[in-house]
Design a protein around this ligand. Structure first.
Ligand code: NAG
Ligand code: NAG
Ligand code: NAG
Length: 160
């Protein structure tokens, strides 16, 4: 199997795992995670995300402009970035992923990869396809999370 694909699957599994954990914590019996969420310092979180982003920006500068849309060339840097956001969010007691982290990651995708998807050849080229998926996963998960939060608040309305 393509090692890029393996990394991508791993990446999306991390997101899904966090998503499920979050879904469960929105249920009845998770006072601990609710406490964590209250203690999450959003401005500190944003500072940490910006530091991860700065490192990613510096890493991407090392990659030749022609290779910046090529997953093979930046997957390692992307993985470091992804790990950085996760480790730091957890260290300061915030959920990962969470809406602020996602907004930051989506902004970063737009900054670095917006030109990559504009090429109509994207849809003919399997490696670029993977890139499109990579960009769409956080977008999709954000939507899924919004739906989940709405759904679970509706459900508790019904149960209440
Ligand atoms: C959150 O973090 C910022 C930046 O480190 C700090 O200035 C602020 O006092 C913190 N707020 C709380 C409530 O801990
Ligand atoms: C991406 O980079 C790899 C390694 O340099 C190369 O083999 C591959 O052809 C490149 N893919 C594209 C679409 O340029
Ligand atoms: C995207 O393309 C525009 C126009 O060619 C250019 O100004 C911009 O710097 C490019 N962005 C990236 C991230 O390469």
């Amino acid at each position: 199997m393509d090692p890029n694909l393996v990394t991508l699957v791993k990446l999306s599994l991390i997101f899904v795992k966090a998503l499920v954990a979050r879904g469960l914590s929105d249920g009845a019996d998770a006072p601990v995670t609710h406490t964590l969420r209250i203690h999450c310092n959003q401005s500190l979180l944003l500072l940490e995300m910006e530091r991860c982003g700065e490192r990613f920006t510096a890493d991407m500068k090392q990659i030749l402009p022609d290779d910046r849309c090529n997953l093979t060339h930046f997957i390692r840097e992307y993985h470091v970035f992804s790990f950085c956001t996760e480790a730091n969010a957890e260290r300061i007691g915030c959920f990962w992923p969470n809406p602020q982290v996602e907004r930051f990651i989506i902004g970063l995708h737009q900054r670095f990869f917006s030109n990559c998807t504009l090429d109509p050849l994207v849809f003919l080229d399997p490696p670029e396809h993977t890139l499109t998926l990579l960009i769409l996963i956080p977008v999709f998960l954000t939507l899924a999370m919004v739906a989940l939060v709405v759904w679970s608040s509706k459900r508790s309305d019904v149960l209440a």
